[in-house]
Design a protein around this ligand. Structure first.
Ligand code: IPE
Ligand code: IPE
Ligand code: MG
Length: 235
């Protein structure tokens, strides 16, 4: 590997969107799309593991997704617990550290306990950190961080707020991917995406493959990240 090679993104964030449309196109219930979405996630986790990516952060359930039909919401809760039951051993073997980012408020005791257990069982894994944003919203996160600092009597600075966010100590994402063809952030990582490179894929999430991931990474490697500087300053 040459020194001049464009760096790989160390941290990739993904809005896994398009499960419902994937199912509708096949005249299947929306939940069938969410189930396929879990398989897609497992593929991408494995792909990240073999591509030197240290952190993958995915959006699985937003603060606003509570507004969906009750049946879909409870189906998603069951799918989370069921998927953990099915996939946890594989994730452990692959050295994945699981973290669930979001509020436990509104989750049942059973779901909360399962999330905590999975976090504890994978806490010492180091191959890949998988942050699953579940019951998460970027606005919620900024507010909870500000409140935590106020309660501790700490001044609010960029550094202190950053450290109090739920995603901490993960770094900011380098590459922010949204599948499903929409061009919006939908309340994901509002603070941390400040300088992420954005990549929008028309692919519905259940169809997203390793090749699509490579395409996003290749696009990332063509970008010039200036962080406010001029192009000349970087060379
Ligand atoms: C994303 O897929 C998964 C969740 C929000 C839980 P959607 O369910 O939003 O799929 P579309 O956008 O309706 O196709
Ligand atoms: C964002 O997708 C949330 C997740 C992928 C979990 P949505 O489907 O909820 O976003 P909107 O409603 O189209 O903005
Ligand atoms: Mg959607």
């Amino acid at each position: 590997m040459s020194d001049t090679q464009t760096p790989h993104p160390a941290h990739i964030a993904i809005v896994m969107d398009g499960n419902g449309r994937w199912a509708s196109q096949r005249f299947l219930p929306r939940l069938a799309g969410h189930k396929q979405g879990v398989d897609a996630l497992m593929r991408i986790v494995q792909a990240c593991g073999s591509r030197n990516i240290s952190t993958l952060t995915v959006f699985a359930f937003s603060s606003e997704n509570w507004n969906r039909p009750t049946e879909e919401v409870s189906g998603l809760m069951d799918l989370l617990v069921g998927s953990l039951g099915r996939e946890l051993d594989r994730l452990k073997k692959e050295g994945v550290r699981l973290r669930f980012i979001g509020t436990r408020a509104g989750l049942t005791e059973k779901v909360s306990a399962r999330l905590l257990q999975a976090e504890l069982e994978t806490a010492s894994n180091r191959a890949l950190t998988l942050n699953v944003c579940f019951n998460y919203g970027g606005r919620w996160d900024i507010v909870q961080a500000a409140n935590a600092l106020r309660e501790r009597g700490e001044p609010i600075t960029e550094q202190s707020l950053d450290a109090a966010l739920a995603l901490s100590p993960s770094s900011d994402p380098d590459l922010f991917i949204r599948t499903g063809g929409e061009y919006r952030i939908s309340n994901f990582l509002l603070w941390q995406a400040a300088y992420a490179e954005l990549f929008f894929s028309p692919r519905l999430w259940p169809d997203f493959t390793e090749q699509d991931l490579d395409e996003a990474i290749a696009e990332f490697q063509k970008r010039e990240r200036r962080f406010g500087k001029t192009s000349e300053q970087l060379s």
